[in-house]
Design a protein around this ligand. Structure first.
Ligand SMILES: C[S@@+](CC[C@H](N)C(=O)[O-])C[C@H]1O[C@@H](n2cnc3c(N)ncnc32)[C@H](O)[C@@H]1O
Length: 285
């Protein structure tokens, strides 16, 4: 059963943003040519106008925010792998993110990386990874709907294909604010339930605690992006403590919310207005 209406396999309103972010990672040297698409080039051109306007009129760097969230998740995930606690990674709503490719280059056969997304985006990602000759038994793409409780697109079915003796991490980036809070809560519960079956289970994500009423440029940007994806961007938390409380209610036992200035890899962008808006969630079962 799916918690919310949108039809997997058909075009998802959030998916176009994945082309824009996919090209953003490439433009910032984090990705490979194999991930470049005509849609990405086109949408990134529009995104650059918005980014420039935000910078010009509000001094806010969306570049810094994006780099902080991406590098912050990378850093926390890498630490868990380096400690030997995680060898299986399921990235949910991976879009055209190059993280799987970069982590496989860095860790080789020490890890298994499964990139997942709704069917249409998963097919695109699979084709792009195949184009770069990056696919293999330890780097694959699966169709997954983050809102499915059960059935062929559910996390539960995918988790059943993983090695139950290995530490496992779920990653989402740039996803949860597209869902309303109740829908997101259902998803976090599903993540915790599935991760608790492994000897170690981690969830890493970008989070944006903020006052309920956002004004000025951030509000304008939220509306613009909301219009682009034909929805509304939902703030779920007012404070980092709210994030901790939500994750514990979902079933996670240990929860840390990192400021970007607390992570060496994001220290530079944390000094820039925008790079300080995102926080990195590490929740453990
Ligand atoms: C903003 S993009 C982020 C992509 C990638 N994580 C990144 O940061 O570059 C959002 C992604 O969420 C995916 N998505 C939307 N609804 C989803 C759902 N219910 N289950 C899984 N993925 C979903 C879209 O297809 C899209 O690839």
């Amino acid at each position: 059963m799916r918690a919310e209406a949108s039809r997997p396999g058909q075009s998802d309103p959030i998916s176009p943003t994945a082309y824009a972010t996919g090209h953003f990672w490439y433009r910032h040297g984090l990705s490979d040519e194999a991930f470049v698409t005509p849609q990405g080039i086109r949408l990134d051109r529009y995104a650059r106008v918005v980014i420039a306007a935000l910078k010009l009129f509000g001094g806010v760097s969306l570049d810094a925010l994006m780099l902080a969230r991406h590098r912050g998740i990378d850093a926390r995930l890498a630490e868990a792998i380096d400690r030997g606690e995680v060898t299986q990674i399921v990235e949910i709503a991976a879009g055209l993110s190059p993280r799987g490719w970069r982590f496989r280059r860095r860790y080789g056969d020490r890890i298994t990386y499964i990139e997942t997304d709704l069917p249409q985006m998963a097919a695109t990602k699979r084709a792009l990874l195949a184009r770069g000759h990056f696919l293999g038994a330890r780097h694959r793409v699966a169709e997954l709907d983050a809102l499915a409780d059960d059935g062929p697109l559910s996390l539960t079915q995918l988790a059943a294909t993983l090695d139950p003796a290995q530490g496992t991490a779920i990653v989402t980036e740039g996803l949860v604010n597209y869902f309303d809070t109740d829908t997101a809560r259902g998803m976090w519960r599903r993540f915790a339930q599935n991760l608790s079956r492994f000897p170690r289970g981690y969830y890493f994500a970008d989070v944006y605690p903020q006052a309920k009423k956002v004004e000025g440029l951030y509000a304008a940007f939220g509306k613009l992006l909301g219009a682009f994806v034909k929805g509304r961007l939902e703030p779920h938390f007012e404070t980092s403590q709210d994030v901790v409380d939500e994750m514990k209610a979902a079933g996670f036992r240990r929860v840390t919310v990192f400021e970007t200035y607390e992570i060496a890899e994001t220290l530079d962008v944390a000094q820039v207005k925008g790079g300080d808006r995102v926080k990195i969630l590490e929740a453990r079962c």
